[in-house]
Design a protein around this ligand. Sequence first.
Ligand SMILES: CC(C)(COP(=O)(O)OP(=O)(O)OC[C@H]1O[C@@H](n2cnc3c(N)ncnc32)[C@H](O)[C@@H]1OP(=O)(O)O)[C@@H](O)C(=O)NCCC(=O)NCCS
Length: 180
Amino acid sequence: MSGKINITDLNIVVLTEDSDISHFSCGNVELDTFLAKTAKIAQVEDTSRTHLAYLNGVLVGFFSLICDNIARKQIDIEYQKENYVHKVYPAVKVTRLAVHREYQGRGIGHALLYYALGTVYALQKYAACRFVIVDAKPDAIDFYKMFGFHSNTAAKNKHLLYFDYNEFRRRLDEKADVMA
Ligand SMILES: CC(C)(COP(=O)(O)OP(=O)(O)OC[C@H]1O[C@@H](n2cnc3c(N)ncnc32)[C@H](O)[C@@H]1OP(=O)(O)O)[C@@H](O)C(=O)NCCC(=O)NCCS
């Protein structure tokens, strides 16, 4: 299977009790087990919100989000040139993100991250969220960095990557000004 997949090719829906999740495998046992055994329970308990991505009816990926926060000391010193004045910032955490092993490398992971940021955009109207964060698996750190996530190797949790949503929105606004 080959060829890039666009975000508009995907049908992304929130997991429900009736969702068929039986044929998904990304190759990572912890992620596959979460989807198969825990995701529906967590959905009902309101401890995780999972979104499923379908391509022509096939479940090709999923991601889960929760509300969280990030301490200023987790943010890179160099990056703190932005002058973060608060000790803690509100965040949405991507707790899991996975693409079906047969569909990896075709842009779906990137599309899902983009979509996750879109859900944060919608949330911003009702509840503030400054950062999007992720506890990245070592193999996936570069995937998130390519997207614009930062890491702080001097921090306690070296796998916690962060993305300043405010900066992202400012960049989009500047782009819109230039194009106007
Ligand atoms: C990591 C994962 C989500 C990436 O999804 P994907 O659909 O394969 O990635 P994409 O095709 O959207 O890749 C987007 C870009 O990231 C790069 N990339 C993908 N996976 C990468 C990785 N593990 N490390 C570094 N770069 C990676 C791609 O080369 C691509 O670059 P390009 O735009 O220059 O071509 C997927 O491979 C996966 O599910 N892996 C197993 C589970 C996992 O590790 N999940 C992450 C949990 S933190």
